[in-house]
Design a binder for this molecule. Structure first.
Ligand code: UT7
Length: 330
């Protein structure tokens, strides 16, 4: 069987226009700008308005990615959307995006891996392209967590924002310097209860009681997740680099999931890389779940920080628990 290589063709992103600042949050719950900045690094987030949903941002991020690439709409042969806050439980958000893009006939499916969703989706797209089954896969990370946020819970409501980032994973030509080198995905389902949307699924369908008790909103034991975050992102990044005979010093840019600035700093410290090599935009978006990595990557490419040929390492963790890393030459 012929083996092909996959590459990132281009990135695009999109976020709601409406902003929510730390000062706004001070009016909603007992919190302070000082607490939020010092404990999370967050300052402002983009949040969806009434009537806006995941596919709206996913569609625009996809258009931006396609326009930044040399790929034609007609050459896209699969759509994968990573999300836990799709427009509906079904049909999949990827099918809604397919319709908006006018790509009838292109197979689509969603991936649910919490904040690690984008990394999981890239891992899947890479395998499809390497096997020769597909040539140009549109991969989108989108989440609208503010629609499932408990605005009375100060432990969680200050953390999240909404948005989407997209890329096209394409077959690399033999002359291409760009290539997705390797990827790792991992999970530990035994810790799923620490980050969960309890109600609304088949275990506990939506009811008056579930709504009264806010069980359809995000429940998180932040401290437990925090401890796992640095450990798991470090473990998958370290293994990925080692098995490719690279060290952190060989990496030009690390693009970590943006859940907490202290987690990002802790990871950089453990990897012994300076923060100047880490892409950080958490102050502008908060935690947008599966969208943090593609939004941060898109911004870093457009501001010419990341250039063609740079070695990039994407790493994430989230609900499941799930985690994983992607190593690529952009
Ligand atoms: O995307 C993947 C999933 N999410 C994450 O990765 C999040 C991971 N966790 C975190 O980032 C951190 O655990 C948090 C930012 C959520 C919390 O930071 P922490 O340093 O772990 O704080 P804590 O939960 O230990 O709480 C410390 C104190 C508590 O008060 P007491 O019990 O010590 O009196 C909280 O009640 O801070 C209090 N607190 C707040 N105070 C003001 C919690 N939230 C707030 C708030 N404003 N918004």
């Amino acid at each position: 069987m012929t083996h092909y290589y996959a590459k990132f063709s281009a990135f695009g992103s999109n976020a709601p226009k409406k902003l929510l600042t730390n000062a706004d949050l001070e009016k909603i719950v007992d919190t302070s700008d000082e607490w939020i900045r010092s404990r999370t690094g967050m300052v402002v987030r983009h949040i969806a308005s009434e009537g806006e949903a995941a596919s709206d941002f996913a569609y625009q991020a996809a258009v931006n990615a396609i326009e930044a690439s040399k790929v034609k709409y007609k050459d896209i042969d699969q759509i994968i959307v990573a999300t836990v806050t799709g427009d509906h439980i079904f049909p999949s958000t990827s099918c809604i995006v397919q319709k908006k893009l006018g790509l009838k006939g292109v197979p689509c499916f969603d991936v649910s891996a919490g904040c690690t969703g984008f990394v999981y989706a890239i891992d899947i797209a890479k395998a499809y392209v390497e096997s020769g089954l597909k040539k140009n896969i549109l991969v989108i990370g989108v989440d609208v967590l503010t629609k499932i946020t408990n605005w009375k819970d100060r432990n969680t409501c200050v953390l999240f924002g909404d948005g989407s980032g997209a890329t096209i994973v394409s077959r690399a030509e033999p002359t291409d310097i760009s290539r997705i080198i390797d990827s790792i995905i991992d999970a530990d389902g035994s810790q799923g209860e620490y980050l969960i949307q309890t109600a609304g699924g088949s275990r506990m369908p939506a009811s008056h009681e579930s709504v009264d008790k806010n069980l359809h909103t995000i429940y998180m034991e932040g401290n437990r997740i925090y401890k796992n975050a640095i450990k798991s992102m470090y473990a998958s990044s370290d293994e990925l680099l080692r098995r490719n005979n690279l060290t952190p010093a060989d990496v030009d840019w690390i693009i970590p999931h943006q859940a907490n600035l202290r987690i990002i700093e802790g990871l950089a410290d453990k990897m012994r890389v300076p923060l100047s090599k880490v892409i950080i935009n958490i102050e502008k978006y908060g935690n947008t779940s599966s969208a943090t990595i593609p939004i941060a990557t898109d911004e870093a490419i457009r501001s010419k920080k990341i250039r063609r040929g740079d070695i990039i390492l994407l790493t994430s963790f989230g609900a499941g628990l799930t985690w994983g890393s992607i190593l690529a030459r952009y």
